[in-house]
Design a protein around this ligand. Sequence first.
Ligand code: DGT
Ligand code: CA
Ligand code: CA
Ligand code: ZN
Length: 591
Amino acid sequence: MTNADIAAAFGHVADLLEYQGESVFRVRAYRNAARTIDALVEPLAAVRAAPGRSLTDLDGIGADLAAKIEGLLDSGRLPLLDELRQRVPAVAFELMRVPGLGPKKAKALIEHLGITSLDELEVACREGRVAGVKGFGDKTQAAILGNVAFAKDPGNSRILWEEADAVVAALLDWMRTCPEARQVEAAGSWRRGRETVGDLDLVIDSESAAAVMDHLERWPDVTAVLQRGDTKMSVRGPRELQIDLRVVPAASFGAALQYFTGSKEHNVKLRSRARDLGLTINEYGAHRLETVPDEEHPARTATVAGRTEAEIYDAVGLPWIPPELREGGNEIDRAAAGLLPVLVELADMRGDLHMHTTATDGEDTLSDMVRAAAGRGLEYIAITDHGQRVTMARGLDRTRLLRQWDEIDRLNEALAAGDGPAIVVLKGIEVDMLERGGLDLPDEVLQRADWVVASLHYGQGQPRERITTRIIEAIENPFVRVIGHPTGRLINRRPPYDVDIEAVIEAAARTGTFLEINANPWRLDLDERHAAAARKAGVKLVISTDAHSTQGLDVMRCGVLQARRGGLEKDDIANTRTLADLRKLMANKRG
Ligand code: DGT
Ligand code: CA
Ligand code: CA
Ligand code: ZN
């Protein structure tokens, strides 16, 4: 059980307690515990095992919760959760997956309207019955109707790449301790860097499949064996993730890795190219047809490739194609023409231009963030706390912002004098695009900033034309450098706002304004398609973590992955430049 699993279990308990109308204090206790655990870097098992320490040292964890954590660590079970699950109707779980429908609202709908499925909820919205329930109204009804479709899409129940990645890392570690396993790699959508992952696919080179499968079965995180054959097996692992294992001999390892990395569409195109060249490709290798089959004799084939992926691509006259590009678009044609992009890499990133501190809703101080960023090899960062509109995060007004900038000036002087790591801190701000138009801080303040991110957090339900106008207005502000998370979507949680993204891209290109690829694994916004469109229009992208803690700086790799999926190169990303070169690029801004 990882910290994330335990946090998720407590989060469920909080939802279910709330559903049953339990006291707000009890609900809050579980929610706070979930938050504490989720933010904890150290595994709970390590905290528990450390001499002289106790789980109860953690914020909001008393004796009762500590005992429950121990139970989860030992047995993976939380009896309270099983009990609560039985007392809440199954449809409630479905309804609570609709963005904006919490336990209380779900309960009201079930009790007052007798809703038993998402389909029924949709009909009830269409017939106007939801608006009639106390506490709902027309606006809420319209919002629910919009979000039901989202919750019904099975694609929205896949797990985030970053969560899958944590499981993959642990799984690879485990399988690499198997003496009979020679090469161990994860394939599938995880390897292609999809923003969400359905199941994990594992390819292992070994002569003794049975021993490898036994080893997987012994992984403590395996909760069930779903099926087992001679060379393949499926199990259920952490986070309810299915893991498909395929064991092949060394001569087929590259072919199997290529096949199970996919995508299906890419494989179909690759095989059709092979066929045109008189070859066949399957998960065992690339084979040349030596004789034409007739009624008495099957075709004789000779295997020409299979050990490595590069061999497979080479057999059909192609360079190796990075997995992130293997979605069955035009990557095979581009590879054939020698036009594959040289994709941006994490090591290319020199700066991070969106992050928060304890001045607003960040968890760590300015100096913590600076030190952590330097520790990650960054040459410059921008501190971009929220502007005053974001009252929930204690957004900065003019006075507090100017005070923070003074502090940054002093910090930079100290850093330049060699007192601390070699990094430059830009004086930034994340201004909010107001519902009625305009920004939440005046130009007179913004013109003194080194770096201004403009984001839209409020009035996300406004019509397309309003949202688009608000964003373009921000783009046209001479001091705004970049638009933060330009579509506002939260993967699996909230659809994007209704925005004419092409118009936004056009305006960004016209004014020399950057667009963000927000690297937060829930956001990844712009997504790869929009990022590719922006690049094509001549817009430079900025990959930013939007970190709200020092740990949050680690998601840069998720943003880089999304950029790679969009075919972006180092030069397309503004913050791969040195600070001096970034400033030159910034001089192109036309307000
Ligand atoms: P996921 O798990 O839904 O996130 O997506 P994938 O791409 O990992 O899909 P998955 O796990 O069903 O299969 C892994 C790869 O195996 C897939 O990308 C391509 C290959 N594959 C699986 N089934 C087929 C098939 O029927 N035809 C072809 N051409 N390839 C397949
Ligand atoms: Ca998969
Ligand atoms: Ca699979
Ligand atoms: Zn932010």
